[in-house]
Design a protein around this ligand. Structure first.
Ligand SMILES: *[C@@H]1O[C@H](CO)[C@@H](O)[C@H](O)[C@H]1NC(C)=O
Length: 235
C-alpha cells in the first residue's frame, strides 16, 4: 500500500513537472513569436502573395534591423543620426528630416508604408534605368542592368546584397557592387534627390559640371562597413 502511494506521488510530481515544462515551452514559443520580424502578410495583406513584394519587404526588413541598434523594434532619431553619420557618412540633416517626416519612431511597418508612398516606388523601368545611368554612374553595366527590367518596386533588393541580381549584372568588382548598393539604399530610404527627375546625359553632353566620385573613393568614405553589415543582417 505504502509502495503504491509513493508510486502515485511520484507519478503526480512527474506529471506536474512535465506540465510545467510544456507550459514554459509554450511561453518561450510565444516570446519568440513576439520577437520575430513581422510578416508582410500581417502588415500588408493585399501584397502577401506577391513574390516581388516579398523580396523587397525582406530587403527593407534587413535595413530596418541594421538601423535598429537597440533592437526595440523601431528606429529612433538617435539611431537614424548614428546610421547616417557613422555608417553612411551622408549629409544628414535633410535626410534625417525626410526619414522621420512625421514619426519619431520608425517601425518596420512605418518603413514599409513610407517606402510605398515614395514616388520611387512607382518608378517605371525607364525611370529606374535613367537613375542607374545618371546617379549610379557605372556605365559598364548599363546594358545588363537594362536587361534586368527592374522597376521602382524592385529597388530595395538592390539596397542589400542580392546575389541573383549582382550575378546577372556580372559585377565582378566589389567596390562597384557596393556603390550600386549604397545608391539604392540612399534612394529607397530618402527618396530621389530634389530637383527634376533624372534625365540621362546624352553621350555627347558634357558631364563636366557634375562632381563625380569614383566608386572606390565613395566606398572608402566609410560606406564599406554598413554595406558589409547589411550583408550579414537577415530577417
Ligand atoms: C503610385 O501609383 C498608385 C497607382 O497608380 C497610386 O495610387 C499612388 O498614389 C502612386 N503613389 C505615388 C507616391 O505617386
Amino acid at each position: 500500500m505504502e509502495c503504491v502511494c509513493v508510486w502515485l506521488v511520484c507519478v503526480f510530481v512527474l506529471s506536474v513537472c512535465v506540465g510545467a515544462r510544456s507550459s514554459l515551452d509554450g511561453q518561450r514559443h510565444l516570446v519568440t513569436d513576439g520577437d520575430a520580424a513581422p510578416d508582410l502578410c500581417e502588415i500588408d495583406p493585399p501584397l502577401c502573395q506577391d513574390a516581388a513584394s516579398r523580396l523587397s519587404f525582406a530587403s527593407l526588413c534587413s535595413v530596418h534591423r541594421l538601423m535598429d541598434e537597440d533592437e526595440d523594434g523601431s528606429v529612433d532619431a538617435s539611431e537614424t543620426h548614428e546610421f547616417l553619420r557613422d555608417d553612411l557618412s551622408l549629409d544628414s540633416k535633410d535626410k534625417h528630416r525626410k526619414f522621420h517626416r512625421a514619426d519619431a519612431l520608425i517601425s518596420l511597418q512605418d518603413l514599409w508604408s513610407s517606402w510605398k508612398s515614395s514616388e520611387v516606388y512607382n518608378w517605371t523601368q525607364q525611370q529606374v534605368f535613367d537613375w542607374f545611368l545618371v546617379s549610379v554612374e557605372l556605365p559598364q553595366y548599363s546594358e545588363s542592368f537594362r536587361k534586368l527590367q527592374l522597376d521602382g518596386k524592385a529597388l530595395p533588393r538592390l539596397a542589400v546584397r542580392s546575389p541573383p541580381l549582382t550575378s546577372s549584372l556580372k559585377v565582378s568588382d566589389r567596390t562597384h557592387a557596393q556603390k550600386l548598393q549604397l545608391k539604392a539604399l540612399d534612394i529607397v530610404l530618402f527618396g530621389p534627390p530634389p530637383g527634376p527627375p533624372p534625365r540621362p546625359l546624352s553621350p555627347s553632353g558634357s558631364g563636366g559640371g557634375l562632381h563625380l566620385l569614383p566608386a572606390e573613393q565613395e566606398v572608402k568614405r566609410g560606406l564599406g562597413r554598413v554595406l558589409s553589415d547589411l550583408e550579414a543582417a537577415e530577417c
